[in-house]
Ligand binder design. Structure first.
Ligand code: TYM
Length: 331
């Protein structure tokens, strides 16, 4: 029996990369376990990039609606919003105190921005520590994530190891779970599909907008009649992630034969995206019209998460020399 946990930032609307790289594999994995899994919306992490409160709230509901639309069973699993569990901030501080500075300074996400340090907040710098707290607070065994999170996971393991060396065997060392067949999905400009690059395909959102964005996928200038290399084409890579093996073979054949234009390939990609995600799109839109229902689900999930968090945090507090329970204040 293994405990599974994963999170998605509410830094934008959930996109195809989130659905295929994280939500779908996480739900599949969770369905094979007897134990409830922990799934959450990382809205504290989103604060490193989203500074508009209305936007942040809307994104949080959008990520919640996406999980539910993809089939998350909230009776069975624990589904919550990160900021509803303040214990995670407390643990994050304790973990920060055993984290060596170079470990964070070498993190890719930080290094990318290190050329312009004035733009790096302390929150961005310590992002991996909070992520380690997310994972360690619930005695997690397995963390299903896309390959872009690999380093963050290694850091979480290293932090757990550092804490255990100082205070004894307090934390389990979590392992990552990366779907080999789902590569990091490219966005419409060929870079990793990411909210921060604005290159996403929001398959649960408006269809007209989706079609417009599929049409904007960057391709080379090979003429229609010439043979094309599927391995170098973003349209093909995206198609391969969503279409059936037979459909993918068929498109591969057409690329290699020639006489098949990128416009046709894009129309085919759009058709598959629209069809395959039709039930989820309808469910997503229905949830987005009922924020009160989303809120009720998240509140219930937070109660369950906090009960679990209190156990681990008690263990940690005791180990570092504090009282296991946080004393309640009397004014
Ligand atoms: P985030 O919000 O960037 O992405 C959420 C999940 O989606 C996956 N993903 C992708 N998979 C394939 N192709 C892509 N183009 C693509 N883009 C995103 C990510 O790998 C991830 O699994 N730091 C995390 C959020 C987080 C978290 C955690 C995750 C906070 N605390 C604890 C696991 C455990 C993040 O930025 O995800």
């Amino acid at each position: 029996m293994s405990r599974i946990l994963t999170g998605i930032q509410s830094s934008g609307k959930p996109h195809l990369g989130n659905l295929l790289g994280a939500i779908r594999p996480a739900l599949e994995l969770a369905s094979q376990q007897n134990e409830p899994a922990f799934f959450f919306i990382a809205d504290l992490h989103a604060l490193t990039t989203v500074h508009n409160p209305v936007q942040l709230q809307e994104n949080t509901y959008a990520v919640a609606a996406a999980w539910l639309a993809m089939g998350l069973d909230t009776e069975r699993h624990v589904f919550f919003r990160q900021s509803d569990v303040p214990e995670v901030c407390e643990l994050s501080w304790y973990l920060g105190c055993v984290t060596p500075y170079p470990m964070l300074a070498n993190a890719h996400a930080f290094k990318e921005k290190a050329g312009n340090l004035a733009e790096v907040s302390a929150g961005l710098f310590t992002y991996p520590v909070l992520m380690a707290a997310d994972i360690l607070l619930y005695d997690t065994d397995i963390v299903p994530v896309g390959k872009d999170q690999k380093q963050h996971l290694e850091i979480a393991r290293d932090i757990a190891g550092a804490f255990n060396r100082r205070y004894g065997e307090i934390f389990k060392l979590p392992t990552g779970f990366f779907q080999e067949e789902v590569m990091l999905l490219p966005g419409i400009d060929g870079r990793k599909m990411s909210k921060s690059y604005g290159n996403t395909l929001d398959v649960l959102g408006d269809e007209v907008e989706l079609e417009r964005r599929v049409r904007r996928i960057v391709t080379d200038s090979t003429p229609v009649e010439a043979p094309k290399d599927p391995g170098r084409c973003i349209v093909f890579q995206l198609y391969a992630a969503v279409a059936s093996p037979e459909e993918v073979e068929e498109m591969r054949r057409r690329y290699v034969e020639g006489g098949y234009g990128y416009g046709q390939a894009k129309a085919e990609l759009f058709r598959v995206l629209r069809e395959r995600f039709a039930p989820q799109r309808a469910a997503y839109q229905q949830w987005m019209r009922d924020k009160a229902a989303l809120e009720a689900i998240l509140q219930k999930g937070a109660e369950r998460a906090r009960a679990e968090a209190a156990k681990v945090l008690g263990r940690v507090r005791e180990a570092i020399g504090f009282q296991a329970r946080v004393p309640s204040f009397r004014w």
